[in-house]
Design a protein around this ligand. Structure first.
Ligand code: ASP
Length: 270
């Protein structure tokens, strides 16, 4: 319960140096206390729901002393919130973590304020963003996660941890107030990233769509997260985890690059 984070700095101006210049790095490191588990996909083809990422989710909860979580079901358009809650609750129960869905809370904002950890499920990203904005939960979750509350998301739940929803794969079935999301990481994620090319299909490939994004958003890195992989951010360190699939990193004017679990990903946090 005692979760204070203090940085007690001796002096602001150091003789002969710009104001706060000497401690700028310490302050920015200390401000970045996020704990994020951003998962590409919940269902891995041919496997039981959430099974492939169950151990990493359990480990993440253990590392951060999480024994109950608040679930955000708003991406679950077809399934409905009650069914979605039940489905995810059953998985979290297998490793001893209690889950309650925010749609059942009498005061959702207060529920997030008190939550040990927020878990944002996948589905339709536009619907998720529209509901998070309408209810005020987008800002509330973002500020708690920036303070260090553990955050778990998969698919659409990983999209909303990014600056915007612009690299979602989903159809815009509803119009949110804006495309702005939580900005917990400074880059965009494209979940379920695939290199699949169907020669009999004339529509855009995934890379065509991402190239369009980059053309009009030239300063933004995009991480294509392949199936059965996730990004973990803790102690200011970003790592690719999960099965042994590399991720692809894209930026306008650069050749696409593949990164494996052993690569340093610090550049994505700058
Ligand atoms: N529809 C996806 C999901 O949440 C999100 C995406 O593909 O961008 O599963």
């Amino acid at each position: 319960m005692i979760n204070k984070k203090l940085l007690l700095v001796s002096n602001a101006a150091n003789v002969g140096e710009a104001y706060l210049a000497w401690c700028k790095d310490i302050i920015s490191i200390d401000m970045t206390n996020k704990k994020l588990l951003l998962i590409s996909n919940s269902t891995n083809a041919g496997e039981v729901y959430l099974d492939w990422c169950k151990d990493m989710t359990n480990d993440f909860c253990r590392r951060h002393n999480v024994n109950n979580v608040m679930f955000i079901p708003y991406a679950g358009v077809s399934m409905g919130y009650d069914v979605y809650e039940e489905k995810v609750k059953n998985v979290f129960e297998t490793f001893g973590v209690k889950l309650i869905s925010v749609h059942k809370a009498t005061n959702p904002l207060e529920a997030i304020q008190k939550a040990q950890c927020v878990v944002v499920g996948g589905g339709n990203t536009f619907h998720l963003v529209a509901e998070l904005q309408r209810t005020g939960l987008m800002d509330m979750i973002a500020s708690r996660a920036k303070e260090g509350m553990p955050y778990i998301g998969w698919s659409a739940g990983s999209n909303v941890a990014c600056p915007t929803l612009k690299t979602t794969n989903d159809m815009p079935i509803i119009e949110p107030e804006s495309f702005n999301c939580m900005n917990l990481v400074p880059f965009q994620i494209n979940p379920h990233y695939t290199d699949f090319f169907d020669p009999k299909h004339g529509g855009e490939t995934r890379m065509d769509r991402l190239n369009e994004f980059m053309k009009v958003n030239q300063d933004t890195y995009v991480v294509g997260l392949r199936e059965a992989t996730a990004l973990n951010l803790e102690n200011n360190k970003l790592s690719l985890i999960g099965r042994n699939n590399p991720m692809i990193v894209l930026k306008y004017g650069k050749e696409p690059e593949e990164y494996t679990q052993t690569h340093n990903l610090d550049f994505l946090l700058k």
